[in-house]
Design a protein around this ligand. Structure first.
Ligand code: PLP
Length: 592
C-alpha cells in the first residue's frame, strides 16, 4: 500500500445545488482543451467578516479571485477555513502586543458541501469537508472558493484543529496543514468532478498538491516508482508564484518530521524530484519549483532576486496588483463613476482620469481623510488637525520593514513640523506572535509617540485588518514604506493608496521601483539600504523640501493625487495582473 498522504476513501455525494463553471463530467488524466484554473492559497482574504488571512498574501489572493471573476475566467480557488482566524491584536499603553483568537463560524456564512474527502495523514485518516463561497464578478461570472475544514466529528481531536488557526502551531502542525491544503485540495476537486487544466500554487504552502498529482499519474505503480515522465506530466499542469526573498518565508521541514507525516516513499519521490534542501529537509519552494512549468516572482525586482536565489530555474515576473473596485473608497468611486466610463469593468480606463478636474479628486480625498480622522479619534481619542499632512504606515511589524525609520530622529521631525507643520503619523500593523523584533518595533513607536506628544501626533491603531486598511489607504495624505531593499517582494498597500489618489514615499524596492515617478506619483527614499541613517536623512529631506511645499500648494497637490490614479491605479491592479497570468502562466495549457 502507498504510504503517502493520499486520498483513501472518497465519500462523494455530488453537490446538486452547486453547478461548477466549466466543470466537465468526464474526468481524464490527459490534457484536453477544457478545465479550470485551480488557485491554491494558504490564505484568502475575501470578506471582511472572514478572518481567513494574515496580511498581504491573503488579501492579494482575494483580489486575484475577484478579478478572475470579473474577467470570467474558469477558475476555482482553494484555501483552509481557519476557524480560529489569525489573531486579534490588542496593544497596551506601552505598545505591548497581546493576541487573542479571532474565531468565526463558516457555517453561518457559507454553504457546506455534502462532499467529504478522506486522506491519510501521519498514520491516521483525516476527513476534510468544505464550504463554498461564490465570488461574483462585475459581469456575473462566478469563481467559487472552497474553504477546507477538518473539524469533523469522526476526526481525532488533534486533526480537528488542523484548519483552525492560520500560521500557528509547530512544524508538525504546519506540515499537516499544508498536506490538507495541497493533497486535500486535489482530492476535493477530484471528488467534485472538477477537471483542472492548471494548478496554481500561490506560494510554497500549496506545493504538496504536486505530490497528489504525481500519485494520479503513477497510479498503482506508486510514487516510489515515479519516472521522469510522471514528473513531467505533473509539471505540465502546475504553475507557481513565489512571494518573498526572506528565507523565513520559505517553509522547510526536517527529514524525520516530514517522513513521519507523508511517509518514506513520498518523501523519496519528492527528494528525487529535487524538493529537498541541505540536510534532507523538505523544502516547499523547491518542491514547487521542481513541479511547475512556469514560475514567477511578484515584481520585476523580485523576479531578479528570485533568479539569483534559484539560478538553475527560469523565473518570470508578474507584478502584483489590487482590486480597484474593492479598494477605491466611496467618495473617489463616486467621482470616477461620474467621469470615467467603464472603470469598474476595465481598470485600464483609469488612465483617462487625467481629464477629470483635479479639484474633484482633491475633494473626494478630503472626504476620505475626514472619515479616517473620525476613526482615529473614535479608536484612540486623538483629534488630528485636518490641515495636517497625515502620513500613513501600515504593514506587518517585522524588522526588515523598518517601521521606526520615520521616528528615528525626533529632533528632525519636530523641526520639520515646527517649520512646515502641522504633521501627523498614523500607524497600524500586527507582529507575528513569534516575531520579537516586530513587537519591539511597535513598542519603540509608542515610546516615540509619547515623547513627541502633541508636537507631532503619532498614533498606532490596533488590529490592522481589511476595514481599517481601506480607511487608511484612502484617508492619509502620503503612504510611507521603508523596507530594506531587496526584501520587499512587491508590497500592495501603496497600490491601494495610489488608486485613492494617495502618493507614496518609499525606498526603491518591490513595486515602487516600477511605480515611482519623482514628484508625479510620489517620492523615493534614497541611499544605501544598509545605511539606515542615510535613508532616514533622505526621508526627512524629501518631507521637508519636496512633500510639504507641494502639500501646501493645493493645485500642485491635486495634480499629484490625480496622476497617482492615472499612472499607477490604471496599472497596479489585479485585472492587469490576472490578464498577465492568463497570457503567461495559465493560457499555454488552457482554453479560457
Ligand atoms: C493590503 C494589505 C496588506 C499588505 O500590504 P503590504 O503593503 O503588501 O504590506 C496587509 N494587510 C492588510 C489588512 C491589507 O489590506
Amino acid at each position: 500500500m502507498e504510504d503517502i498522504a493520499e486520498p483513501r476513501t472518497v465519500a462523494t455525494m455530488r453537490p446538486r445545488s452547486f453547478p461548477l463553471p466549466a466543470a466537465s463530467a468526464a474526468r481524464s488524466m490527459t490534457p484536453s482543451p477544457s478545465g479550470v484554473v485551480a488557485y491554491v492559497s494558504m490564505e484568502i482574504g475575501i470578506d471582511p467578516a472572514f478572518p481567513t488571512y494574515s496580511g498581504g498574501l491573503g488579501i492579494l489572493a482575494g483580489d486575484t479571485v475577484r478579478s478572475a471573476a470579473d474577467l470570467g475566467v474558469s477558475a476555482v480557488a482553494i484555501t483552509l477555513a481557519h476557524r480560529d482566524g489569525y489573531f486579534r491584536q490588542t496593544l497596551d499603553a506601552e505598545g505591548r502586543q497581546s493576541e487573542e483568537p479571532d474565531p468565526w463560524r463558516p457555517e453561518d456564512h457559507l454553504e457546506r458541501l455534502e462532499t467529504v474527502v478522506t486522506i491519510e495523514l501521519g498514520g491516521r485518516l483525516v476527513r476534510i469537508g468544505a464550504f463554498r463561497y461564490d465570488v461574483r464578478g462585475v459581469t456575473g461570472a462566478v469563481v467559487p472558493i472552497y474553504f477546507l475544514d477538518t473539524d469533523h466529528p469522526d476526526n481525532d481531536d488533534d486533526d480537528r484543529t488542523l484548519t483552525g488557526r492560520l500560521y500557528a502551531g509547530d512544524d508538525f502542525h504546519r506540515l499537516k496543514q499544508e498536506v490538507v491544503l495541497g493533497v486535500g485540495g486535489v482530492a476535493l476537486l477530484d471528488a467534485l468532478g472538477v477537471e483542472v487544466r492548471c494548478w496554481h500554487m500561490n506560494e510554497g504552502h500549496a506545493a504538496l498538491l504536486a505530490l497528489a498529482l504525481l500519485r494520479t499519474h503513477t497510479g498503482p505503480r506508486g510514487v516510489a516508482a515515479a519516472t521522469e515522465e510522471d514528473f513531467a506530466k505533473v509539471r505540465e499542469r502546475c504553475v507557481f508564484t513565489t512571494h518573498t526573498p526572506v528565507p523565513a518565508g520559505h517553509d522547510r521541514f526536517v527529514r524525520d518530521l516530514a517522513v513521519s507525516i507523508i511517509g518514506p516513499k513520498s518523501y523519496d519521490a519528492l527528494a528525487t524530484a529535487g524538493g529537498t534542501a541541505e540536510g534532507g529537509a523538505l523544502d516547499m519552494t523547491r518542491i514547487a519549483l521542481a513541479s511547475s512549468r512556469y514560475v514567477n516572482g511578484v515584481s520585476a525586482r523580485h523576479g531578479e532576486v528570485s533568479r539569483e536565489m534559484f539560478p538553475d530555474r527560469r523565473i518570470d515576473a508578474i507584478t502584483n496588483g489590487v482590486h480597484a473596485a474593492t479598494w477605491i473608497a466611496p467618495p473617489m468611486a463616486a467621482v470616477l463613476d461620474r467621469h470615467v466610463e467603464g472603470w469598474r469593468r476595465d481598470a485600464a480606463h483609469l488612465r483617462t482620469v487625467v481629464r477629470v478636474p483635479a479639484e474633484e479628486i482633491a475633494d473626494a480625498h478630503t472626504a476620505s481623510k475626514r472619515i479616517l480622522l473620525d476613526e482615529v479619534e473614535r479608536v484612540s481619542g486623538l483629534a488630528i488637525d485636518p490641515a495636517s499632512l497625515v502620513l500613513g504606515f501600515a504593514r506587518r511589524a517585522t524588522p526588515y520593514k523598518r517601521a521606526d525609520m520615520l521616528v528615528s530622529d525626533l529632533e528632525r521631525l519636530r523641526a520639520i513640523a515646527g517649520k512646515h507643520g502641522p504633521l501627523a503619523v498614523v500607524y497600524a500593523g500586527k507582529a507575528h506572535p513569534a516575531d520579537g523584533g516586530g513587537k519591539e518595533l511597535i513598542r519603540r513607536i509608542h515610546a516615540a509617540s509619547a515623547e513627541l506628544g502633541a508636537e507631532v501626533p503619532v498614533v498606532y491603531l490596533p488590529n490592522y485588518r481589511f476595514e481599517l486598511a481601506a480607511k487608511l489607504v484612502a484617508g492619509v495624505d502620503v503612504w510611507v514604506n521603508t523596507p530594506r531593499p531587496p526584501l520587499e517582494a512587491s508590497g500592495t498597500s501603496g497600490m491601494k493608496a495610489a488608486l485613492n489618489g494617495v502618493p507614496s514615499l518609499s525606498t526603491l524596492d518591490g513595486w515602487w521601483i516600477e511605480g515611482h515617478v519623482e514628484g508625479v506619483t510620489g517620492w523615493s527614499v534614497d541611499g544605501d539600504g544598509e545605511d539606515e541613517a542615510a535613508q532616514a536623512a533622505s526621508l526627512y529631506d524629501k518631507l521637508e523640501r519636496s512633500i510639504l511645499p507641494a502639500f501646501r500648494d493645493r493645485a500642485a497637490w491635486a495634480e499629484i493625487q490625480r496622476s497617482s490614479i492615472a499612472l499607477n491605479g490604471s496599472w497596479f491592479n489585479t485585472q492587469r495582473m490576472v490578464e498577465q497570468y492568463i497570457a503567461n502562466a495559465w493560457l499555454p495549457r488552457i482554453s479560457l
